[in-house]
Design a protein around this ligand. Structure first.
Ligand SMILES: *Cc1c(COP(=O)(O)O)cnc(C)c1O
Length: 381
């Protein structure tokens, strides 16, 4: 079955009791056991819940994994992976990783005696140089935030595996519509389901999808032991979100490609950072590992300074001023004052985050309306 057919049918079989086309949401925390010391399929909802399991089954199918685990947030999903590490283990993470992951690694995971090294994985040679015999995990993101840097997932998988390390990919920006990291050799795929999987800015969630059954069992053990599971209502909303995932992401990517092309010709724009443009340094790798589009996230640099970018992001009407991404509503933000405000000026410079940078999460509105919204914001210079 094709991707979009699986998105609708896998995990979403009709309700056996009533024939309902949409399964009921199971809010129960506990399940009656057949006898003392005897266990049915479900016993307690932290360990397993039918509604959560349905979402996990669909997502595992879309990513091509042996199983998926759904969490209360993206950070809870990432934390579950990091919680498998032991004192003396080493992690190499991409230098463009999500800010929350950076904080987790440097302020929580390191407390357990885990060492962390950041490497610019847009050149896999930097990963090869950073990896050691103690490295247990390599953690990358592609596209990376906010410059939409592209990392060659297959090349990183090869390097990680040569050294006996696992490769985890935070694939939140790409979604399984555009990139399926397990097919490229990754061991674990992580999603903030808050973004494209949910897709409607109305839930928090996270997920891991795993290639290998034994690794799946280990992660399941940690999830059940630590408890940050996705609730049934969120799981229901995520299942619903997945049904339109392909259509949304494809359409939103097309709109982003159009806006990126238009912005690149605008007299007030210094530079556009979008992997779908030939000018983007990651374009060739993106063409190989992304299909059906280059994503719906793009950044651009305004000619002018911090104040000009601040004024711009406060001037759009359809693009709403907010962090987060991946939903049907278009959002706009200024990384220097918002998503990356915790970086000091030197760190921002090191990561190529200029004061005039603006990040767009392109939604599902008509491309003409989004373009005229940006055009009127330029007019307010
Ligand atoms: C939002 C996000 C996360 C964290 O997910 P939450 O659901 O906010 O916990 C991790 N990685 C990326 C790339 C994200 O965009």
């Amino acid at each position: 079955m094709q991707f979009r057919t699986r998105a609708i049918h896998v995990g979403n079989e009709k309700c056996p009791e009533t024939g309902a086309v949409v399964r009921p949401v199971h809010f129960a925390s506990t399940f009656v056991q057949p006898g003392a010391g005897e266990w049915g399929e479900f016993d307690y909802s932290r360990s397993g819940n039918p509604t959560r399991q349905a979402f996990e089954a669909t997502l595992a199918s879309l990513e091509g994994g042996c199983g998926a685990l759904a969490f209360a947030s993206g950070m809870a999903a990432t934390h579950c992976v990091m919680a498998m590490l032991c004192s003396g283990d080493h992690v190499v993470a991409g230098s463009d990783i999500y800010g929350g992951t950076y904080r987790l690694l440097h302020k929580v995971t390191d407390r357990a005696g885990v060492e962390v090294t950041l490497a610019d994985t847009t050149d896999p040679k930097n990963l090869a140089a950073a990896i050691t015999s103690a490295t247990k995990l390599v953690w990358i993101e592609s596209p990376g935030n906010p410059r939409m840097t592209i990392t060659d997932i297959a090349a990183c998988a090869e390097i990680a595996h040569e050294h006996g390390a696992l490769l985890g990919v935070d694939s939140t920006f790409a979604s399984p519509v555009l990139t399926r990291p397990l097919e490229l050799g990754a061991d674990i795929v992580m999603h903030s389901a808050t973004k494209y999987l949910g897709g409607h800015s109305d839930l928090m969630g996270g997920a891991l999808v795993v290639r290998d059954q034994q690794l799946f069992e280990e992660l399941y053990f940690v999830q059940n032991a630590t408890g940050a599971i996705m609730g049934p209502m969120e799981a229901f909303l995520c299942s619903r979100g997945l049904k339109t995932l392909e259509l949304r992401v494809r359409e939103q990517s097309q709109t982003a490609q159009h806006l990126a092309t238009w912005l690149a010709t605008h007299k007030n724009v210094e530079k556009v950072l979008y992997p779908g443009l030939e000018s983007h340094p990651g374009h060739e790798v993106a063409k190989q590992q992304m299909d059906d589009g280059f994503g719906a996230m793009l950044s651009f640099e305004l000619k002018g300074n911090y104040a000009a970018a601040k004024k711009f992001v406060e001037s759009t009407e359809l693009f709403q001023l907010a962090v987060s991404l991946g939903a049907v509503e278009s959002l706009i933000e200024q990384p220097a004052s918002m998503s990356h405000a915790s970086y000091d000026a030197a760190d921002r410079a090191k990561h190529g985050i200029s004061d005039g940078m603006i990040r767009l999460s392109v939604g599902l509105e008509a491309v003409e309306d989004l373009q005229s919204d940006l055009a009127q914001a330029f007019g307010k210079d």
